[in-house]
Ligand binder design. Structure first.
Ligand code: CU
Length: 159
């Protein structure tokens, strides 16, 4: 009796979460420097259905707002701009990654500790809502091996 109830609950959850439509991999949320309330989330998303699915937005309990952003070079500067929709063709994998397409979380009041897992929801035009878990990861691990960027164009002059 208990098993029957559990199965029907799983079926309902599966339908609502569009688990047959997308596969997500390597999803994570970046830790924030102290005092910040904005961070970014990344993932690989594959459309495993046989139809086009367009991501139109999203949300998370830890953020007051979620926006889809992409980085763009303009006038020699890296800028981010909001993206209204991300079409994902049948079988296509879309990469949300640092410096490229990414999810921006605004108004994050919670402290994000590495290893914590938070839920993110992405809405689509006609493929339901994609719900996935993203683990908090520290950025320091990634930046330690990179040279320190000098943000001032007029640095100390070389002799
Ligand atoms: Cu951004």
């Amino acid at each position: 009796m208990k098993n029957v109830l559990l199965c029907s609950l799983l079926i309902i959850a599966g339908c609502a979460a569009a688990t047959e439509t997308f596969r997500t991999e390597n999803s994570y949320i970046r830790t924030m420097p102290p005092g910040q309330k904005v961070t970014a989330a990344f993932l690989q998303l594959t459309n495993i259905s046989d139809r086009l699915c367009t991501i139109t937005g999203g949300s998370s309990d830890i953020a007051s707002e979620l926006q889809i952003h992409e980085h763009q070079h303009s006038d020699g500067m890296m800028r981010m701009r909001p993206v209204a929709a991300v079409p994902v063709a049948a079988g296509e994998t879309v990469y949300f990654q640092p410096g490229k397409l990414h999810l921006m979380l605004f108004g994050v009041e919670a402290v994000l500790r590495p290893g914590d897992v938070h839920e993110i929801r992405l809405t689509t035009d006609n493929c339901g809502v994609l719900i996935f878990s993203a683990e908090v990861r520290s950025l320091l691990k990634n930046t330690e091996s990179m040279p320190v960027m000098n943000h001032h164009s007029a640095g100390p002059s070389a002799k």
